[in-house]
Design a protein around this ligand. Structure first.
Ligand code: GLC
Length: 583
C-alpha cells in the first residue's frame, strides 16, 4: 500500500501571520541566498602557474551566474606565507601576489556585481601569520614590551620556564604554545597559537586589535564587498587567566564540550561593534560566523539582532544520512535561529571536511577527515538526494565548489603532495583536508582539465586521471549529470515562491526512514520535498506535479525544468532519493 502524504498531527499549524512574515523577509537577500564557496587556490588558474588566482575566478563568474547562485564567498587571498593555505595573514589589506593584485580584486567585485552576484570575503581575526609586522616587532622588542600585549605571550611553567604556560592543545595537534628564542639563542617566553605555530593568536583584550579589524572591515567594505565570512569567530576571546583544561585529549572534545578558548561570552561585544560598522554601509552587508559551538542554541547567540547575520550550520553538516537525526537537526536549527530572528543556514561541504559525496558513501560516524573512498555510487546517489533536501529547506544554503559536479574527495593523494599543516602536526593521523581542495575539472580529457590554460600544465595538487567525465564541459547539457541537477534545482528554488526564505517546514506523515515536508508560499502554492533515506524503495504518493527527482535525468522545458517520465499516485520513491513536487 502506498502511503498518502498528509499533514503530521504534531506539525505546527501555519498561521496567516507566519506566511506574511515569510514574504516580508524576502527583501533581505541573505535570508534566502545560495552562497557558493570559491577556494581560490583550486578554482581557476588564469596565469598557468598551477595555482588558482583572482583573474581566473573573474573569467569563470558567468558560470556561477548561470549555475544560479546568489553570492560567492572567497576563502583568503591575502598576503600570506601560506603556512595554512592563506589562513595565516601577513597583510589584511593586500592580495598575495600568487593570487593577483588589489586591482584584480576590484575587477572581480565589479564583474560579479555586473552579473548580479554578491561577494563575501574571509576575514581572519583570531590569529595572523608569524610573519605579520606586529608579531615580528613583538618578538624583536622582547618580554615586557607593550607590543607583545597584542598577542598572548607568557613565561613558561617549570623551574626554567621549560613547560608551556597551560595545558591547551592546538587544533592541529601538539601544544597550543611555542617558546620563543632570542637573538642570542636563549629560550624566552611562550606565545599562544590555537592552530599552527605560524598562526599566533591575537589578544582581543587589546584596543589596538579592535581598531585594526574595524579598519580592515572598512577597507574591504569600501572596495564594495557585500560581506565577511568570519574565520574562527568563536575563538577571539579567551577565558580570564587562560585556565588549564585538565584533559589531555582535547581534540576529542572539540565541538561538544565548553572550552576556555572557545565561545566565551566576551566575544559577542566584538560582533556588536562589527555590526555597527556593517550598518554604516548602504545595502545589506552581512557577516557569517564560522563558530563551532557545543549546540545550535549557542551558535544562535552570534546572530542576535545586533550581532552577525548568519552562522554555518555545522551540526547539519555532521549529521549522518539518517531520517530521524536529520529531522531533529532541521527542527532544532529552525527553532534556534527563529528565536533570534536569523535565517537558518544549511551546508554539506567546505574546504575543511571530506566532501559529502564521499562521506555518504562511508559508514556513519566515520567523521569528516576520511581516507577511504567508500562506496562511490552510493555516496553520489545520496549526495544528489541530500542536495534536493538542503535546497528545499527554509533559509540560506552554502555550496562548496565542485559539489555541483558530484566530485568525490581525493582520498588517495600521496603523502608527499599533501600541504595541510594539520596532516603534519598530527603525524598523519588526521588532517586530510587536501582531499577536498584538489583543483576543479573544467574541460578536456587530461589534467589539469582546463583548471589552467595549458593542457598538461601544472596544478598545485594532482587531479585524478578519471576526472574527465566529471568536468563542467562533460556534464553540461547531459540531463543525467549532477551539474544539470544543481542547475535545475537552483532555477526552481529561485522561481518558486514556496522555496527560499522562511522559518518553518510542515512535516508530513511518511513511512519509516522517509522524510517529507511541505513549504508554503503566501499565494497558496507549495512544494513538497520527500527523501527516502532507506536503502530500499518506499511506497509514497503525492497529489501534485513532480518537479525534480535526484535519481533521474532532468530535461529543460520552456519556463522551467521538469523530469523525464511521470510520477503519479501509487508510485514508489527509490532508495536514497529525493523528490520535489509542486502542490
Ligand atoms: C578555519 C578555516 C580553516 C583554517 C582554520 C585556521 O577553521 O576554515 O581552513 O585552517 O580556521 O585559520
Amino acid at each position: 500500500m502506498s502511503q498518502h502524504l498528509s499533514e503530521a498531527p504534531e506539525s505546527a499549524a501555519r498561521t496567516e501571520e507566519g506566511v506574511r512574515a515569510e514574504s516580508e523577509i524576502r527583501a533581505d537577500w541573505w535570508r534566502e541566498a545560495v552562497i557558493y564557496q570559491v577556494y581560490p587556490r583550486s578554482f581557476a588558474d588564469g596565469n598557468g602557474d598551477g595555482m588558482g588566482d583572482l583573474p581566473g575566478i573573474t573569467v569563470r563568474l558567468p558560470y556561477l551566474r548561470d549555475l544560479g547562485v546568489d553570492a560567492v564567498w572567497l576563502s583568503p587571498f591575502y598576503a600570506s606565507p601560506q603556512a595554512d593555505a592563506g589562513y595565516d595573514v601577513t597583510d589584511y589589506r593586500a592580495v598575495d601576489p600568487m593570487f593577483g593584485t588589489l586591482t584584480d580584486a576590484d575587477d572581480l567585485v565589479r564583474e560579479a556585481h555586473a552579473l548580479g552576484l554578491r561577494v563575501i570575503v574571509d576575514v581572519v581575526p583570531n590569529h595572523c601569520s608569524d610573519q605579520h609586522e606586529w608579531f615580528k616587532q613583538a618578538l624583536r622588542e622582547g618580554p615586557g614590551s607593550p607590543l607583545r600585549e597584542r598577542f598572548h605571550f607568557r613565561p613558561g611553567r617549570g623551574e626554567h620556564g621549560e613547560l608551556p604556560p597551560n595545558d591547551w592543545e592546538s587544533i592541529f595537534g601538539g601544544p597550543a604554545w611555542t617558546r620563543t628564542v632570542g637573538p642570542d639563542g636563549t629560550a624566552g617566553e611562550w606565545y599562544l597559537h590555537l592552530f599552527a605555530p605560524e598562526q599566533p593568536d591575537f589578544n582581543w583584550e587589546h584596543r589596538a586589535v579592535h581598531d585594526e579589524f574595524r579598519s580592515v572591515l572598512r577597507f574591504w567594505l569600501d572596495l564594495g564587498i557585500d560581506g565577511f565570512r568570519v574565520d574562527v569567530a568563536h575563538g577571539l576571546v579567551k577565558a580570564d587567566g587562560l585556565p588549564d583544561i585538565g584533559h589531555s585529549e582535547q581534540l576529542a572534545l572539540l565541538g561538544t564540550a565548553p572550552m576556555p578558548y572557545f565561545d566565551q561570552d566576551g566575544v559577542h561585544e566584538v560582533y556588536r561593534d562589527w555590526r555597527r560598522v556593517l550598518d554604516e554601509y548602504p545595502g545589506d552587508r552581512i557577516a557569517v560566523a564560522e563558530a563551532w559551538t557545543p549546540t545550535i542554541d549557542r551558535a544562535a547567540r552570534y546572530l542576535r539582532p545586533d550581532e552577525l547575520h548568519q552562522a554555518f550550520n555545522f551540526e547539519y553538516l555532521t549529521t549522518p544520512w539518517d531520517a530521524g537525526e536529520l529531522r531533529a537537526v532541521v527542527d532544532r536549527s529552525l527553532r534556534a535561529m527563529g528565536a533570534v530572528g536569523a535565517p537558518a543556514t544549511w551546508v554539506l561541504s567546505n574546504h575543511d571536511v571530506t566532501r559529502h559525496a564521499t562521506r555518504f558513501g562511508n559508514p556513519p560516524g566515520a567523521g569528516t577527515q576520511l581516507r577511504e573512498a567508500g562506496d562511490r555510487e552510493l555516496g553520489l546517489r545520496r549526495a544528489r538526494a541530500a542536495t534536493l533536501l538542503m535546497l528545499a529547506l527554509p533559509g540560506s544554503a552554502y555550496l562548496y565548489q565542485g559539489e555541483e559536479l558530484g566530485l568525490p574527495d581525493v582520498t588517495d593523494l600521496p603523502d608527499e603532495v599533501r600541504q595541510d599543516p594539520s596532516f603534519f602536526r598530527a603525524s598523519g593521523q588526521d588532517g586530510f583536508r587536501d582531499g577536498c581542495r584538489v583543483p576543479i575539472p573544467w574541460s578536456g580529457t587530461e589534467p589539469p582539465y582546463g583548471f589552467g590554460p595549458r593542457p598538461g600544465g601544472p596544478s598545485w595538487l594532482p587531479q585524478p586521471s578519471q576526472w574527465a567525465g566529471l568536468s563542467v564541459e562533460a556534464q553540461t547539457g547531459d540531463p543525467a549529470s549532477t551539474l544539470e541537477l544543481y542547475r535545475a534545482a537552483l532555477a526552481l528554488r529561485r522561481s518558486h515562491p514556496a522555496l527560499g526564505a522562511g522559518t518553518a517546514v510542515t512535516w508530513l506523515d511518511a513511512p519509516d526512514g522517509v522524510l517529507a515536508f511541505r513549504r508554503d508560499a503566501a499565494d497558496g502554492s507549495g512544494v513538497v520535498c520527500a527523501v527516502n533515506l532507506t536503502g530500499a524503495p518506499a511506497a509514497l504518493s503525492v497529489p501534485g506535479r513532480m518537479l525534480l527527482r535526484s535519481d533521474a535525468a532532468v530535461s529543460a522545458v520552456s519556463g522551467g525544468h521538469r523530469v523525464e517520465g511521470s510520477f503519479t499516485m501509487g508510485d514508489t520513491i527509490a532508495a536514497d532519493t529525493a523528490v520535489w513536487w509542486a502542490v
